[in-house]
Design a protein around this ligand. Structure first.
Ligand code: SF4
Ligand code: MG
Length: 333
């Protein structure tokens, strides 16, 4: 399997009146051709900033990608792309679906024009062929009466339908890389499942790599081949779906697993939630970023950022509990 995207030592800061917020702090990962990689973490962990970096949406002078960072798409560093290369890459080779379709869509343009506009930006094809493709796309994302719906405006559609339109736009140019940033968060549970199924079937048909970004570890179980857990701008654990769900090694991952609502929970019992808040990234702690919330916190944790411990086959976790001299702890989920 070849690598489509390779992110190396990505660091991103935002310059605010209060100072420099270090949103992403030196993360590295790759995305392989055709796979689904999930990036999971609470809001503010840096997952959306990572997505925006890959799409070239970090705008200086407020946003800054540090010079040591590299984002290679098919071996080429996109951070050195010319504007022509960006135009080819963004929306064509790669595309993104956001959580809120209503703000991402243009309220003054019909659905049909928004889909064909993206096609024309990347391909030289006739108006007729573009409209035909747009109709086909709407059918594929399960929008009834597709040729009629092309003439609708975003506000005339329900939230679920708008999200389908976003998916149609995102797939319009057969992207190799699709980033889905909380694509179902605003939707109710049954529609969430339909939307994820839809992304999945288009992905398989077109051999697209998908980066699924979410705060909800529960939705990635049956979808992602690999999972990255982010906390406080860092990757704290990564592994296959099985590693993460059945052999988690980081206390934060365990907390996220406990926060997944169980299908068997018929009671309105309060969901487990993680006490406390992530650290302030204006002034990140020198030790483990999870220390203030971690039930297993040791002295070393506040003194030094944990190294990454390797469990084989790409499963790693940054937690001092895996040091040979740490006390053994047992947990259940
Ligand atoms: Fe908890 Fe320490 Fe592990 Fe951090 S390094 S997650 S504080 S045990
Ligand atoms: Mg976000």
């Amino acid at each position: 399997i070849t690598q489509l995207l390779e992110v190396t030592n990505l660091s991103v800061s935002y310059h605010t009146y209060a100072g420099e917020v270090q949103s992403v702090r030196g993360i590295s990962f790759d995305v392989k051709e055709g796979e689904t990689l999930a990036i999971v973490g609470e809001s503010g962990c840096g997952k959306s900033v990572t997505a925006r970096s890959i799409m070239g949406l970090i705008k200086p002078p407020i946003g800054e990608i540090k010079l040591s960072s590299e984002i290679r798409y098919r071996g080429k560093n996109i951070l050195t792309f010319t504007s022509k290369e960006w135009a080819y890459y963004r929306g064509g080779e790669s595309s993104i679906i956001f959580q809120d379709a209503l703000t991402a869509l243009n309220p003054t343009m019909t659905i049909g024009d928004q889909i064909t506009e993206n096609i024309f930006a990347h391909e030289k094809i006739s108006k007729k062929a573009a409209v035909e493709r747009a109709t086909g796309l709407l059918e594929q994302v399960g929008i009834p009466d597709a040729s009629k719906k092309l003439k609708s405006y975003p506000h005339q559609l329900s939230g679920g339908m708008r999200q389908r339109v976003m998916i149609a736009i995102a797939f319009a140019c057969n992207p190799k890389l699709l980033i889905a940033d909380e694509p179902t968060t605003a939707l109710d549970v049954t529609i969430q499942a339909q939307i994820l199924d839809m992304i999945r079937s288009l992905q398989v048909k077109k051999n697209t790599s998908v980066m699924l970004i979410t705060h909800d570890l529960g939705i990635v179980a049956n979808i992602a081949s690999r999972v990255i857990i982010m906390y406080s701008g860092r990757i704290v654990e990564r592994g296959s779906s099985d590693d993460i769900f059945y052999h988690p090694k980081h206390p934060y991952t365990i907390a996220l697993l406990r926060a997944i609502p169980k299908l068997t929970d018929k009671s309105k019992e309060k969901l487990y939630s993680i006490e406390g808040r992530p650290p302030d990234l204006l002034d990140p702690p020198k030790g483990c970023p999870f220390a203030a919330r971690c039930p297993y916190c040791m002295n070393v944790c506040v003194e030094a950022n944990p190294e990454s411990f390797d469990f084989g086959l790409g499963h790693t976790a940054s937690c001092w509990l895996h040091h040979s001299q740490a006390p053994k702890v047992e947990w259940s989920i």
